[in-house]
Design a protein around this ligand. Structure first.
Ligand code: TXA
Ligand code: MG
Length: 325
């Protein structure tokens, strides 16, 4: 078993050396923590899949610190350049035609590759120290909730990787928007905090991928993601949440309500996420990781607006398998 260290900015150079010699390092981004390896090192990339227990047909995002590195992995179109200029560094991943040199293990054999420039200062310092593209999925065990703190990563990766760079709690809290630019109309494969409305400031049209897909075109959609270890149901109203809670207690169970500050749950066990959908996104994964250790049912508030509400609910719909009270 490997000894897993948690370190800060002081370990950036060391982290760079680990990646360059074919190892794996977890690092913070503004969205969630990533599990990085040299994107051009097939064996190192395979190590990521092993550490996560991730299915081989789910491709990884390639992370770079500067747009000038994008050419090494992808065909950067004029449209992609515009989007990078407007939204990077930041929580947007562009799916582009890949360059030959990118190993199949990174892209799951697809002819495309996801490219992202994260904005977290420690991510940028780390990627700069590596000096080459870093393939990285979220740093959780496959099918677990994405980690938004170094402690979450440690829970899932202790003994499997040598180093976790600790950059504190992730500011955004849900994974990046994944936008496929290889289709006639750009398609959002995974909604995030860069919303369709924001993308339409730069693009003339954007489509939203809906439903589950069976093929490996956007394999992330095939898998059960974002699910806590205990059952989880969505509540559209405060009254619905409270009556479900009371019913569960009557049946001898230990439920918890996770919601925004606006709900008054009358003394029932409640985890408050904050005032708005940004707070909700930032705190939801941590709240679920904490709740699953103590409670046996999570009742989570459903948001019904567009924009970030919609992106957060994309994750919650998977956690709850669509179940509503
Ligand atoms: O915010 C994020 O994107 C985080 C941080 C670490 O950057 N990363 C992340 O990676 O969430 P991961 O592997 O957990 O999710 C990547 C998603 C998956 O759903 C995958 O299927 C999709 O992006 N993806 C990656 N490359 C793709 C490609 N070439 N075509 C279509 N979908 C792709
Ligand atoms: Mg993931």
């Amino acid at each position: 078993m490997i000894n897993t260290e948690i370190r800060g900015m002081d370990a950036v150079r060391e982290a760079g050396e680990i990646i360059k010699s074919g190892g794996i390092v977890a690092f913070p981004t503004e969205t969630v923590y990533g599990l990085g390896a040299d994107a051009f090192n097939e064996n190192a990339v395979k190590g990521i899949f092993a550490a996560k227990g991730r299915p081989q047909d789910n491709p990884l995002i390639v992370h770079i610190h500067d747009v000038s590195l994008a050419d090494e992995v992808a065909e950067v179109t004029a449209e992609a350049k515009k989007l990078f200029e407007r939204f990077s560094p930041g929580p947007l991943t562009l799916v582009l035609k890949k360059k030959e040199a990118v190993p199949d293990s990174v892209t799951a054999g697809l002819s495309t590759v996801g490219v992202r420039i994260p904005s977290h200062p420690l991510a940028l310092a780390f990627l700069k120290a590596v000096g080459r593209p870093v393939a990285a999925p979220s740093a959780n065990i496959s099918s677990r909730i994405s980690p938004t703190s170094a402690k979450h990563v440690f829970e899932d990766m202790n003994g499997k990787i040598p180093l976790i760079l600790d950059g504190g709690s992730c500011e955004v809290g849900i994974e990046s928007t994944v936008l496929d630019l290889t289709k006639d109309i750009p398609v959002i494969l995974r909604p995030g905090s860069v919303t369709a409305e924001m993308l339409l400031q730069v693009l003339s049209d954007v489509a939203m991928k809906t439903g589950e897909v069976a093929v490996a075109e956007s394999p992330g959609m095939k898998y059960k993601h974002y699910a806590p270890a205990v059952p989880c149901v969505g509540a559209v109203t405060m009254e619905g949440a409270c009556s479900k809670y009371d019913e569960e207690v009557k049946n001898g169970r230990k439920p918890v309500i996770i919601c925004l500050d606006m709900w008054d749950t009358g003394g029932r066990k409640t985890v408050y996420l904050g005032k708005n959908s940004s707070d909700y996104a930032r705190n939801i994964y941590g709240a679920m990781r904490d709740a699953e250790k103590v409670f046996d049912l999570i009742i989570v508030q459903i948001l019904s607006g567009g924009g970030l509400d919609f992106s957060v609910m994309n994750r919650i719909n998977k956690s709850t398998q669509g179940e509503r009270v």
